[in-house]
Design a protein around this ligand. Structure first.
Ligand code: GLA
Length: 354
């Protein structure tokens, strides 16, 4: 198909009666995405394998009902206002203590009860120099989920001519607020989740990670990965050290420190899939990346192609600020002030081993 952006169809209606539109972005060179105005959810992302066959590499929802079913897990959506955890749903800012709803055990996870993944975004097609793009924007009013300040967010998805899914985030606020945005894409470079990602080979550049307690709240330390199961500086399969993990449900769900200067685009991960030859590198301006191996997926959600999303059927590389940053003075600040603009760029670059 020719490169471009177009509205495909109406994908469905939310439980609250809002229309969910589906858009398509095509870079004209084998990279194609379907995107919803609901949560900026990417329902499908087709990338070429080593034989040039372009197929979907994401867990794919069947309909809007799937997205609102329990156990959905933020699949392929934009996560905000604060991705990852805020311990016990509490933080203090400029002398005021804020209490958020807790929705992930005792903590606030991924923005609270109704995060950016469940909102309807305004969608505008853009023809950028680097490739066709969709601009998604949202006004997040003051006091939503008890966060301070009205936040204006814009997220732009570009499918570049070179074969990257580029995500540009921009946000401003009229009051100081914590902010942490990410894309929660569930990748399976082999077969979109029909089988597991255990044999995907992962290379992370991180020499350090932020250890946490059993509920995934960081201790505030940065520990070396050397000599631990979190050492991916030499590429290894997800399978290799999985059984050594002691968390429940078992799997990787850890924040890694991205080497180099935050604010500059640098590679943080490389994933290769031996059967199809697909290779994905992840580049980001963010300080951290959370590797999550779909530990909470339990087979109850059925995808567009008729198979259930089983545990470890996908992996996420969520580029972001470190978890619980608002309560961790030693972590890079995640506070956005009215005179500032929050910006981050992340790129998932696709290629093959050929
Ligand atoms: C993130 C978290 C996980 C889990 C998933 C969604 O990756 O770190 O613990 O909450 O999102 O299920």
């Amino acid at each position: 198909m020719a490169a471009g952006v177009r509205k495909l169809d109406v994908f469905g209606t939310t439980p609250g009666g809002k229309q969910v539109d589906r858009w398509e972005i095509d870079n004209g060179a084998g990279l194609r995405a379907q995107v919803l105005n609901l949560g900026g959810i990417v329902t499908r992302l087709n990338t070429p394998d080593r034989n040039g066959l372009s197929e979907n590499v994401l867990l794919s929802p069947r309909d809007v009902g799937t997205i609102f079913s329990p156990g959905w897990g933020y699949l392929n959506s934009i996560v905000g206002r604060f991705a990852n955890r805020i311990a016990y749903g509490k933080f203090s800012l400029d002398g005021v203590t804020y209490s958020l709803a807790t929705n992930g055990g005792s903590h606030t996870l991924h923005g609270g009860r109704v995060g950016y993944d469940r909102r309807i975004w305004d969608v505008t097609p853009v023809q950028a120099d680097d490739g066709p793009a969709l601009r998604l924007s949202l006004v997040d009013p003051d006091g939503t989920e008890n966060f301070p300040g009205t936040v204006n967010v814009t997220v732009t998805y570009t499918l570049t001519k070179e074969g990257a899914w580029r995500i540009d985030y921009e946000a401003t606020s009229d009051r100081a607020t914590p902010i942490n945005l990410t894309q929660h894409a569930y990748f399976n470079l082999k077969d979109a989740g029909r089988s597991s990602v255990l044999d995907h080979v992962v290379h992370l550049d991180a020499t350090h990670y932020t250890p946490g307690d059993a509920t995934l709240i960081p201790t505030g330390e940065r520990e070396p990965v050397a000599g631990t199961v979190f050492d991916f500086t030499t590429p290894k399969t997800i399978r290799r050290d999985l059984s050594k993990l002691t968390n429940t449900p078992q799997g990787f769900d850890n924040n890694f420190v991205v080497p180099g200067e935050p604010g500059t685009l640098r590679q943080c991960a490389r994933v290769t899939e031996p059967t199809t030859g697909r290779v994905m590198t992840v580049w980001t301006t963010e300080p951290g990346v959370q590797l999550y191996t779909g530990n909470f997926l339990n087979g109850t959600v059925i995808g567009a192609d008729g198979f259930a999303f089983a545990q470890h059927s996908a992996l996420c590389l969520e580029t972001q600020h470190f978890p619980d940053s608002p309560n961790q003075p030693r972590f890079p600040s995640s506070i956005l002030r009215p005179d500032q603009t929050y910006r981050q760029r992340t790129e998932y670059r696709f290629g093959t081993d050929r």
